[in-house]
Design a protein around this ligand. Structure first.
Ligand code: MEV
Length: 302
């Protein structure tokens, strides 16, 4: 056993496909350079410093199950720059960083697939039916196309871009929003099928736009995706206020990101407009975060 092992994992923003991805549609997400850092130390007893949640306990236990050692006492320190429960993937990032650091402490280096599967299991403490998009992007980094049951494909970006995130400051439960959509879909299968069909065309065009670096088109398609999420009932007044304020200020596109019902929105804009859109988001009552895309996913830091 080593004296300590450090690992970190990035947050994420879904560009296309939250909720639709739960029903098997492909989604596109990017890793954000806002990270959860975990240090695992050799210890006399089990000790958690930082957050103590069911997910944290599950991640530590899952990691310890994969190691072969008599002495499984670890001290786990969690430090995070990611706001929690706002749709930026803090659960998947926390679980992945914990699993990597704790297994690393015992000299075990998991593959990306193993990390993904273990983090996905941990996400079930947050909601019962996670699609897997959050662990897929946090483990791999960069931009990914993810489809449940099909897999993870890296997306080659035609050009780099930076997103402006607007945090409404309203925390909410991803599980509750997923359940809301489940009830919506169960009662109106035909309506849901229509929305899925439109989403499916939207994400195919979005993938093409991303690969070409056609940001005008990408922004317009983000607006379409926001409209579909509104139809599902997962947007709200505060999210819409930030979305419309950003569009008015010249964003190429803006939409909610993550589970909705509060949490965050994202805006796409040219480099020259980033600052003015951040200001507009602040004036509309949100907290702006300008977050570059992280090319790397889970990394060992020493
Ligand atoms: C959460 O980041 C995205 C949702 O689509 C849920 C999931 O995919 O597990 C709302």
């Amino acid at each position: 056993m080593r004296a300590f092992c450090k690992a970190s994992a990035p947050g994420k923003a879904i560009l296309f496909g939250e909720h639709f991805v739960v029903y098997g549609e492909p989604a596109i997400a990017v890793a954000l350079n806002i990270r959860v850092k975990v240090t695992a130390y050799k210890s006399q007893s089990k000790f958690i410093e930082g957050f103590r949640t069911a997910l944290v306990n599950k991640a530590i236990d899952a990691a310890l199950k994969t190691v072969n050692s008599e002495d499984k006492n670890v001290h786990v320190k969690i430090e995070s720059d990611l706001p929690v429960s706002v749709g930026l993937g803090s659960s998947a990032a926390t679980a992945s960083a914990i699993i990597a650091a704790v297994t690393g402490l015992f000299g075990v280096k998991l593959s990306k697939d193993e990390l993904f599967n273990m983090a996905l299991e941990c996400e079930k403490t947050v909601h019962v039916n996670p699609s897997g998009i959050d662990p897929a992007v946090t483990v791999n980094g960069g931009a990914v196309l993810y489809q449940r049951g099909v897999g993870i494909k890296p997306v080659k970006l035609g050009e780099d871009f930076t997103l402006i995130i607007g945090n409404t400051g309203e925390g909410r439960s991803t599980g509750a929003m997923v359940e809301k959509v489940r009830i919506f879909a169960e009662r109106r299968r035909d309506v849901m099928d229509g929305l899925r069909k439109t989403y499916s065309s939207t994400v195919l065009r979005a993938l093409e736009a991303l690969e070409k670096g056609d940001f005008e088109e990408l922004g317009l398609l983000m607006n379409v995706n926001h409209g579909l999420l509104e139809a599902l009932g997962v947007s709200n007044f505060k999210l819409n206020k930030l979305v419309y304020a950003s569009r008015e200020a010249g964003a190429l596109g803006a939409k909610l990101t993550g589970g909705g019902g509060g949490g965050c929105m994202i805006a796409l804009a040219s480099k020259e407009r980033l600052k003015s859109i951040a200001e507009v988001i602040m004036r509309a009552g949100g907290e702006p975060i300008i977050a570059p895309i992280s090319k790397v996913g889970v990394v060992y830091e020493g």
